[in-house]
Design a protein. Structure first.
Length: 76
């Protein structure tokens, strides 16, 4: 993990992005003390489990009835 002070980080930002794009983490320091870490972006991994609430949710028949005309006007 490489460390850059604020001035270096500002002047070498493109080089820092190249390091990060290759998978490396970079530390940005102010007066020699680390203040931030720049790390590669990773897509969040969503794990879905289909049917998790099967049998636990009830949809009433009234849900499928059309909305009253006077109430529908609020959405138009």
């Amino acid at each position: 993990m490489k460390t850059f002070n604020v001035h270096e980080a500002k002047t070498q930002f493109s080089a820092i992005l190249s390091l990060v794009a290759s998978g490396e983490e970079v530390v940005v320091a102010k007066a020699g003390k680390p203040v931030a870490v720049i790390s590669p972006y990773r897509e969040p991994q969503l794990v879905r489990s289909p049917g998790l609430f099967r049998g636990q949710i009830e949809v009433k028949e009234s849900f499928f009835e059309p909305m009253p005309a006077d109430f529908l006007e609020y959405f138009e």
